[in-house]
Ligand binder design. Structure first.
Ligand code: SF4
Length: 764
């Protein structure tokens, strides 16, 4: 078996995985009749059993030369155009610029911003590059915008963070599942079969979402709270199961700590009060508590809805409390889990591109962890910097005194995907040096001084870790275009120019072997995982500390990863969102995704079929609100928050609450949803409040803004996996919602705003 193909050899086929979401569906790549890359089904892979959504089915379109970068681009003067350049010139420019800023302003004036779509190998070496070569504390990544609240709550309660502590195959066997702020029917359609099978087996599905999404339509019970109401809702359910005697006293006594304080906090959230806070009728609350509390086994899954809030960590903690109180944890077919969003959202946060972590999910402040990692890296422990700024804080400080002045950014597009994106764009413009490594000329790359074209999923080997904690292998199937290099090669070349000649392997398998050693003994222990095992076993679940260890499909069956082995209740109480509606801004805005686009659309906006299905942004609003505003379906409306304004066509539907509007966040321009969102941060996870802010909505004159295909983004941005309404593209549905295989879109891949190719000039 050859694991690293030296050249393009798509014959007969190559088994690999989708480049997009955290389901990491198995697929097969081959050459079609015309020789162009073709996505085929791979029915043996257990997670998706051959099913792919339209995004995965059409993923090969982004491999086409005419939609992507094929050579480095440089800007010779601020405000000047980007021009084509050779690699030596581009790398010299980057290395000189980083060194100059470091010399003039100190190492922390140089920053690194990564992405949850990067492979484990890239994430690992990016973190090492920041700490060993740049010596900066300031590295973080867009996964901070994705699962960080669930991760923080996981660690607080269980001492360990793995999105799902059980495999997806367990879902059909639970008795009652509450899905909070997630819409897999649009975000990961092949996963819907697990929920369907749950119901076919006699289980109950409860969905919590301010919108009646296609996932909510599958549910036995849909609770439709106001955005930001998830915390109060969880507390209300805990109140009821306690009051109705549905708690598991033996489990609480034997396997947990802190129940009494959590109980007291929950008892202040009686049903009528919760109804007033959330808008969910008390009788529905009682029904939900009964269904969950009386089920033999129960699960709660959260996604971005409850997590992307300024109280996201506490909100997830409240749902975990509900599981613990009812004994739904630490046993088969029960427990709390998070539906991770980005393709490598899980692995991306385990191996060192997060500001406060070292590989193996180690704390950067733990002396033993620093010593272990330093020994693998061959550096003194004291040379490793301490924790740096979280993602939004890093972006907010760009170009300011004491902030980052030179930024290396890989696999992310914050000009579209960050909260308060207008402000973030201004900060990016204020940098002395912005370097973007990407596949396409994203909106952020358009602002860069140097753009480095890098390889993508089908052109390189590398591992990712899916939402189950299953480490899988993406395989190289095709050669990249001649002028394109892997990020691993780029890091090695930059490290050498900056005086570190060794320690940056270009072969992914070598990087992975070093990652295994760096992670050994850590929470996310990959020591026993090899490329060979991954292929032979359809992925390996971490922790896997030795080659003869089977991997860990189910966590916490015997003990939790806390010092005393007990799960911890956390006493939390309701508090309002960072910004609640008022006279001036009387409505809630919540944001999310649509079926035919992924994140801020870097790749998917360049796929003709996806863009036809979901061509641009929209504002979803209730008929009563539309009538009050005098707006007809399709007419442009302006949405204004304290941070900005966005204009997009109205989409009128009674599937949304009348006090709430929804916008998808995939598009730049006048319809950019993140022009509006609130960067209020969760005090623990530093997650911005993407899912709740206060807005004013008015009928707008003139054409709607934004949309269409232009520009793009890397596999980055908030995963939006769920939430307070992950979007659906009404009229934009591109395929199956429940695991159906859909037809491939045409692979021409042309869309407006195509990526610049070497030789083109692109205005900033
Ligand atoms: S659900 Fe769709 S986007 Fe996600 S991994 Fe599967 S095919 Fe890709």
């Amino acid at each position: 078996m050859t694991l690293t193909s030296p050249k393009a050899a798509p014959t007969p086929t190559t088994d690999t995985h989708c480049p997009y979401c955290s389901l990491q569906c198995g697929m097969r790549l081959g050459g079609g009749a015309d020789g162009a890359p073709e996505v085929l089904e791979r029915p043996e892979f257990p997670v998706n059993r051959g099913a792919l959504c339209g995004k995965g089915r059409s993923a090969a379109a982004v491999l086409a030369r005419d939609v992507r970068l094929t050579g480095p681009l440089l800007r010779d003067r601020p405000g000047g155009p980007l021009r084509a350049a050779g690699w030596p010139e581009a790398l010299d420019r980057v290395a000189d610029g980083l060194a100059r800023v470091r010399e003039q302003h100190g190492p922390d004036a140089v920053g690194v911003f990564g992405g949850g779509g990067l492979t484990n190998e890239k994430a690992y070496l990016l973190g090492k590059f920041a700490r060993v070569v740049l010596r900066t504390a300031n590295i973080d990544y867009n996964g901070r915008f994705c699962m960080s609240s669930a991760a923080a709550a996981h660690r607080r309660a269980f001492g360990l963070d793995r999105g799902l502590p059980f495999p997806l195959e367990d879902i059909p066997h639970t008795g009652c599942l509450i899905l909070v702020g997630g819409n897999p029917a649009d975000t990961m359609p092949p996963a819907v079969r697990y929920f369907r099978e749950l119901r076919e087996n006699g289980g109950t599905l409860i969905v919590v979402d301010p919108r009646r999404t296609r996932t909510a339509e599958l549910a036995d019970l849909h609770l439709q709270p106001r955005p930001g109401g998830d915390l109060a809702l969880a507390l209300g359910l805990l109140h009821l199961v306690i009051a109705d005697g549905l708690v598991d006293k033996d489990f609480i006594a034997g396997r947990t700590s802190g129940f009494e304080a959590a109980r007291e906090a929950a008892m202040a959230h009686w049903p009528d009060r919760v109804e007033r806070i959330t808008g969910v009728p008390a009788h529905q609350l009682r029904e939900a508590a009964r269904l969950f509390g009386t089920a033999e086994t129960g699960m709660v899954l959260t996604a971005r809805g409850p997590e992307q809030q300024s109280k996201g960590t506490d909100t997830v903690g409240a749902w975990i409390n509900l599981c613990l109180a009812t004994g739904n944890s630490g046993r088969p077919y029960a427990g709390y889990g998070c539906l991770t969003g980005q393709g490598n959202g899980q692995g991306g946060r385990e191996h060192g591109q997060k500001a406060d972590q070292l590989p193996g999910y180690r704390s950067i402040e733990d002396p033993a962890a620093r010593e272990h990692v330093a020994a693998v890296w061959g550096v003194p422990p004291e040379s490793i910097p301490g924790p740096g700024k979280s993602a939004y804080e890093l972006l907010d400080g760009l170009g300011r005194p004491g902030g980052v002045r030179a930024l290396l950014l890989a696999g992310s597009n914050p000009a579209v995907s960050a909260p308060n994106a207008g402000h973030v764009t201004e900060r990016l413009r204020a940098l002395d040096l912005l370097v973007v490594a990407d596949l396409v000329l994203s909106e952020t790359a358009r602002l860069a001084d140097v753009v480095l074209p890098v390889t993508q999923w089908a052109e390189e080997d590398g591992t990712t870790t899916n939402l189950e904690g299953r480490v899988i292998l993406r395989r190289r199937a095709f050669d990249p275009p001649e002028g394109v290099r892997s990020e691993l090669w780029v890091l090695r070349e930059l490290a050498a120019r900056l005086g570190v000649a060794t320690g940056f392997p270009v072969a992914a398998v070598e990087a992975f072997d070093e990652l295994r050693r760096a992670s050994a003994g850590g929470d996310a222990d990959y020591a026993g995982i090899s490329y060979r095992r991954i292929v032979a076993e359809d992925g390996v679940f971490w922790p896997c500390p030795a080659e003869d260890h089977p991997g860990t499909r189910r966590l916490f069956l015997d003990r939790y990863a806390t010092p005393d082995g007990r799960a911890r209740f956390v006493a939390v109480t309701h508090r309002p969102a960072g910004e609640e509606p008022d006279e001036e801004y009387p409505l809630y805005l919540t944001t999310g995704r649509v079926l035919a686009q992924y994140q801020s659309g870097a790749q998917t906006r360049r796929v003709a079929g996806l863009t036809r299905a979901a061509p641009g942004p929209f504002v979803e609003l209730h008929p009563r609100l539309a009538e009050r505003l005098g707006v007809a379906d399709g007419e442009p409306v302006a949405v204004t928050s304290r941070r900005g304004r966005a204009v997009a066509p109205a989409r009128i539907t009674d599937a949304i609450r009348a006090d709430t509007v929804f916008m998808p966040f995939h598009w730049p321009g006048a319809g950019r949803a993140n022009s509006l969102t609130n960067p209020a941060l969760d005090p623990v996870s530093r997650m911005p409040e993407f899912k709740v802010c206060a807005v004013r909505v008015e009928k707008a004159a003139g054409p709607s803004g934004g949309g269409a295909a232009g520009g793009g983004e890397a596999a980055g941005g908030p995963s939006g996996g769920g939430a307070a309404g992950d979007g659906e593209a009404a009229g934009g549905r591109d395929g199956g919602s429940d695991g159906q295989v859909v037809r491939p879109f045409d692979r021409s891949g042309e869309v407006a705003g195509q990526a610049a190719r070497a030789g083109q000039e692109v205005a900033p």
